[in-house]
Structures are given as structure tokens and as C-alpha cells.
Design a protein. Structure first.
Length: 212
């Protein structure tokens, strides 16, 4: 299987054609080997235009959604970023290409361990993953310039707002279990501005500041 060719095709047909233009983002998607973040049986589908199961009842998002969330974070390469819902580690690997350092929290230990091993295996050096309830954030590492939540959030977890730095951006799918709205919150001079991007569908965020 020519995975590099599949990556090129994914970038052309799923990202560029739908308006993702940032060269650095496109380069990250051409580089990161998404097929390694799914099981061997699913690897041939690793560049398809849909979410894929990653075990423990969880999924890796469709590449376009990962790109859209990454674009919404508006990274310039200097940021410290937190991802809540690390899952397979794929989004972390993409972010690691585009910012200074990235921290991922995953509530399912098996997935979090797998993600750590995988990230090290593909040579990512600026990402750290821990097991835990990401709705509590990662206080020891706060503040973060950017925070992304990749699970359906019924509400905005308060600790994440608190751990977001000045001029920081928080991107999350806001809404109930059946569908959400991809939302960008921006801290500006102490106030929070919000912008909606599009509808989406994520697995639920489960934790103290989300669903019980
Ligand atoms: N971004 C991931 C996919 C996310 S799927 C990737 O690139 O593969 C959403 C993940 O959020 C699931 O793995 C789920 O276990 C996790 N999750 C749900 N609630 C969480 C919480 N409170 N803290 C951390 N992770 C959580």
C-alpha cells in the first residue's frame, strides 16, 4: 500500500477542496502517518473520509474535522497547547508539528498508554500524554495558549477557561450526545468571545465538568 500517495490524495480531495489552505497544516497532514494510529486491519482505510474506531468504543475523527479544529486554533508555532480527549494520539501528532509543545489528556488508560507509545514510535518529541479527567485541565502545566476538546461537551468545562492564557483560544464541540456545534472561544481582555464554525458529531466527554 502506497500510504504517502494516499496521504497526498486525502489532503487534495478532503482538505484543500473544502477550503483548508494553510500550507503548514497541509504539510502536517501529508507528513503524519495516520494509518499507524488505527489497528492493522483498519490501516488501509486510514486516509478515508470518515471517522474510524480506535478501540474502547472510541473513534478517531474524520481527517477534515481534525484539520478544521486545527485551523480554528490559529497556531503560529510558539504555543503551548492542551488537548482533552487524546484518543489515538493522531490530533496530538498533527498539533506537535504546528506548535511548541502539546499536552494530551485521555480518560481511558489503555488508549492513553497506546497514544504515548505511538507518538514516541513516530518520533514526536514535544507531546506528553497522561490518563485522567481532562475536564479538570492540567493545572501543573497551565496556562495554555490553546486548548482543544475533541469530545462532545454539554457545557464549557470551567477549569479549561481558567487554564486558558490571555488571548487564548479554546475550540470544542459544544452540545448534547447526538450532535454538537464546533465552537471557538477566545479570551480577549478578560472577556470571552464566541464563534460557531459548523455542526459536528463527537463521542461524549465524560467527567466532572461534563457528562457524569
Ligand atoms: N482526538 C482523538 C480522538 C478523540 S475521541 C484522536 O485524534 O484520535 C474522544 C476521546 O475523548 C475518547 O478517547 C474518550 O475516551 C476521551 N474522553 C472523553 N471524556 C474525557 C475526559 N473527561 N478527559 C479525557 N478524555 C476524555
Amino acid at each position: 500500500m502506497d500510504y504517502a500517495a494516499l496521504r497526498e490524495k486525502m489532503v487534495r480531495e478532503q482538505l484543500l477542496s473544502r477550503g483548508i489552505k494553510d500550507e503548514k497544516i497541509l504539510a502536517a497532514f501529508k507528513k503524519v502517518e495516520r494509518h499507524k494510529f488505527v489497528s492493522e486491519e483498519l490501516a488501509p482505510n486510514g486516509y478515508s473520509d470518515f471517522p474510524l474506531p480506535i478501540g474502547s468504543g472510541q473513534t478517531i475523527s474524520q481527517p477534515y474535522i481534525v484539520a478544521l479544529m486545527t485551523e480554528a486554533l490559529a497556531l503560529n508555532g510558539t504555543e503551548k497547547v492542551l488537548e482533552v480527549g487524546a484518543g489515538s494520539g493522531y490530533q496530538l501528532a498533527i498539533l506537535a508539528e504546528l506548535c511548541k509543545e502539546v499536552y494530551g489528556i485521555e480518560r481511558i488508560e489503555l488508549l492513553s498508554r497506546k497514544a504515548s507509545v505511538l507518538l514516541a514510535g513516530v518520533g514526536v518529541k514535544n507531546a506528553k500524554v497522561k490518563t485522567g479527567d481532562g475536564t479538570l485541565g492540567w493545572p501543573e502545566e497551565a496556562p495554555f495558549d490553546r486548548i482543544v476538546v475533541t469530545a462532545a461537551s454539554p457545557e464549557i468545562p470551567l477549569p479549561l477557561i481558567e487554564q486558558l492564557g490571555m488571548e487564548g483560544k479554546l475550540v470544542l464541540p459544544l452540545g448534547g450526545p447526538s450532535s454538537q456545534i464546533l465552537t471557538v472561544l477566545e479570551k480577549k481582555r478578560g472577556l470571552i468571545e464566541s464563534r460557531q464554525i459548523c455542526g459536528c458529531s463527537f463521542v461524549p466527554l465524560i467527567g466532572k465538568f461534563a457528562s457524569p
